[in-house]
Ligand binder design. Sequence first.
Ligand code: SF4
Length: 238
Amino acid sequence: MSQTVNLRIYRRDPDLDKAGKYQNYQIELQPGQTVLMALYHLLENVDKSLAFRASCRSAVCGSCGMHINGKNRLACETQLAPLGNEVVIEPLPHLPVLKDLVVDMTTFWDKYERVRPYLISLKEPPEKERKQSVEDRKKIDEYIDCILCACCHSSCSLDWWDKDYLGPAALGKMYRFVADSRDEGEIERLKIVASEEGVFRCHTLFNCTEECPKRISPTFAIQQMKKKIMFAKLTGKL
Ligand code: SF4
């Protein structure tokens, strides 16, 4: 038997509306249909003005982070059926809306840039590759999986409120390099995160960890860097 789902979607065109509004669309649920598939169905068959971001459709690019039935999720991996007959789809909370479900990620990317998200090496580059043991790779596995979707950024009240606080995504990325056996910039990195805008501003609320669709824990990364900072201070390196 077919099931009708009501998609209640936040709509806003800043050139036309000061306040946003919700628009309802009824669709027939298809087997295996994700939220992203439903949005494409609407765009292609019902309303060409609907705006949302998406690219890989496989939870890798991080483009389709949005607020679905009260939780930050990736639209491409969120099945529609378990969400019930009424599904509310909104942009990531607390980020400026450019149009409908598309948010302005400028602050997110500014913070990301500040943590120098690349390997720092003082040695001459090797001919082929910088090798790493399997054990050392395992230490950073979780943080390499970050797809920069901003779901944690949007869920952290300090992050979206304070443009200076580095926030969970940037700090998680910093830990990915601090814990990387090939990186030689540890002290330089710890100086950045030991600053007023760094790890000690985290209130350990775990919102970021709960909202991360890749099950990464930025909170754990932040705690690990706090320990490293204390150790570096005690040993006179910082
Ligand atoms: Fe997205 Fe998780 Fe990375 Fe935050 S840590 S940007 S929620 S993948």
